[in-house]
Design a protein around this ligand. Structure first.
Ligand code: NAD
Length: 432
């Protein structure tokens, strides 16, 4: 369906939100709601996004032809503050996926105690096939189509799969041109030169490893080179998580990107691989390791597994074969709910996405605050505030999990849902 710009009616939306990630997210929400005995009226309201916009993004390609892409921006909740969430450029993007990810953002922000709601956006496109100028034209047109929907007081995008700091710079510039003045607070994850925050690009991966450290302390796993870590995805999250684990002294045995990966049970030199990757744009051909597929990496021999690429990769087909004792969800929704139950039943400790990968939105929040104040903090201050929030959030969830004899996913979602619900009840329903 191609359309100019449509505010989707709820009945239309209902048909569109029935994809597997949405259903998975909804099932997890229902479990958490039962755990915290959530008011059924609040649950009804949380099951659907507040607003969604679907836009057509006509883009001139380098050969002169025009291609028309589908773009989306979904705001799930603005109860706690302006909506916050990334923009994804990927062929899987559709209204259902974006809606599920927007809902996860509401709970991620609430869990970390941020004064923000949840949103997500995206364009259905294979970004790796676009030239830089095609990507810029697509980004500017998409921004222009959603510009009335976003803004520093209402909805603040950030990078996700297929988008990066440069993409955010184009969004910020297009929005600012339309407003007639620079508006750095409209996006986070921007380059430092135009109001970005120190520490933002590594924050999600760094935060994942902060939660791994806390989980190891709880599980009494001594954090040294005997601990083997496998990381799927070598983008912003995966590369930073692998680097941070390596710096912590853990043994990173396997890493991968979309085209496959590398394994060496004696440990990989993550720094050397990062250099190799930035020169060659591929992991293929790196000499000090063997090749491994993306399916193999998940079931490889390791103590800690960090799926940091796409959703649904750990599912009923491979859950039984997972050998890790600890899984930290760097990606959003990498473990299906069915697989999660199976893993937890087998004694695997799973740190859920809304906790494990919250570092990105926490430092995005810092960036937004710095932009609004026009006053910037040091990287040391950012990392120490990030660690403080990640650690205290992990402990809150763990305490809730132990008190309620619930797994970490239920406890994390339950904690988040309770916070959103308290605010919704205080604000009430308009009109009565
Ligand atoms: P990215 O585009 O920088 O990297 C994605 C990585 O995954 C790349 O290495 C890519 O090659 C690989 N990949 C893509 N498709 C794959 C597939 N089918 N199988 C295996 N590998 C595949 O994206 P990112 O920002 O690192 O995001 C990764 C995940 O983390 C996403 O689920 C995203 O929603 C989530 N996340 C990102 C942030 C952030 O701050 N960037 C914050 C929270 C959550």
């Amino acid at each position: 369906m191609q359309c100019q710009s449509v505010d989707l009616r709820m009945d239309v939306m209902e048909k569109l939100i029935d994809g597997h990630l949405y259903q998975n997210t909804l099932a997890a929400l229902n479990e958490a709601a039962a755990l915290v005995k959530l008011d059924p009226n609040i649950l009804e309201r949380l099951k659907k996004p507040k607003k969604a916009i679907m836009v057509s993004v006509p883009t001139r390609m380098d050969d002169g032809t025009v291609k028309v892409f589908d773009g989306y921006r979904v705001q799930h909740s603005s109860t706690l503050g302006p909506c916050k969430g990334g923009i994804r450029y990927h062929e899987s993007v559709n209204l259902s996926e974006v809606s599920a990810l927007a809902m996860l953002m509401t709970f991620k922000c609430a869990l970390a105690g941020l004064p923000l709601g949840g949103a997500k956006g995206g364009v259905r496109v294979n970004a790796s096939k676009l030239s830089r100028s095609e990507k810029q034209r697509l980004t500017r047109r998409y921004t222009s189509e959603i510009s009335s929907f976003i803004g520093p007081e209402k909805d603040i995008p950030a990078p996700d799969i297929g988008t990066d700091a440069q993409t955010m710079a184009w969004i910020m510039d297009t929005y600012s041109q339309e407003q007639g003045h620079a508006v750095p607070g409209v996006v986070t994850g921007k380059p430092i030169e135009i109001g970005g925050s120190l520490g933002r690009s590594t924050s999600t991966g760094r935060g994942v490893i902060y939660t791994v450290e806390e989980a190891c302390n709880y599980l009494k796993i001594k954090q040294d080179f005997n601990v083997k870590v496998a990381v799927q995805g070598f983008g912003e999250v995966g590369a930073a998580a692998a680097t941070c684990a390596h710096e912590l002294g853990l043994c990173v045995t396997a890493i991968s990107d979309v085209n496959g990966g590398l394994i060496n049970e004696k440990g990989l030199n993550v720094t050397a691989i990062k250099d190799y990757y930035s020169k060659n744009k591929t992991l293929k051909g790196y000499k000090e390791a063997d090749a491994i597929t993306n399916d193999e990496i998940l079931v490889s021999k390791c103590d800690i597994l960090v799926p940091a690429a796409v959703d649904g990769v750990i599912n009923e087909n491979n859950a039984k074969k997972i050998r890790a004792k600890l899984i930290a969800e760097g990606a959003n929704g990498p473990v299906t709910l069915q697989a999660h139950h199976e893993l937890v039943g087998n004694g695997v400790f799973v740190i859920p996405d809304i906790l494990a990968n919250a570092g990105g939105v926490i430092v995005s929040y810092f960036e937004w605050v710095q932009d609004l104040q026009n006053f910037f903090w040091s990287e040391k201050e950012i990392n120490s505030r990030l660690r403080e929030i990640m650690t205290s959030t992990f402990r809150t969830v763990l305490d809730h999990s132990l008190a309620e004899k619930a797994d970490m996913r239920k406890a994390a979602l339950g904690t988040a849902v309770k916070r959103v619900s308290a605010a919704m009840l205080l604000r009430g329903l308009y009109p009565q």
